[in-house]
Design a protein around this ligand. Sequence first.
Ligand code: GNR
Ligand code: NI
Length: 166
Amino acid sequence: MAILEILEYPDSRLRTKAEPVTDFGAELQQQIDNMFETMYEAPGIGLAATQVNFHQQLIVIDISDDKSSPLVLINPKITEKKGVEQREEGCLSFPGVYAKVERADAISVEALDRNGKAIKLEADDLLAVCIQHEIDHIEGRLFVDYLSPLKRDRIKKKLQKLQKSR
Ligand code: GNR
Ligand code: NI
């Protein structure tokens, strides 16, 4: 296993639209394991392949406190959205940045698991937020896209300063 480098905003590679996964072989399995290791080490509750410069529609999530609920979503589609809720979000591609974003409160999702088997799930609360945040990543969208241009610009300057300092 390996810890992967996480791209940080405003890296333009975060804007890449991922291609559907078609090959569920050993390389994909290795990529999934490396993404879990990277997410747990960060630590984060989700990680999209785009963030580690792998441009296929692959997401890993675990919102548990004890690594007990790993979830892999491949080629995911949101089939239903209900309600809206504002929540504070963070992102591993924006170290130290938190902002309130409005999302659907509950969603239905269809996806493939790591073996290519079709799965359907219903999610609400934090899991629903996390899935929507990760699906945005694989489509090249970022949580700051929902903020005002002024707030986004402040965040960009803060991160560029941080990146120059190391
Ligand atoms: O670790 C993460 N926490 C989080 C908190 C609120 C809403 C979304 C997230 S996802 C984030 C990890 C990440 O950047 N995934 O893309
Ligand atoms: Ni993120």
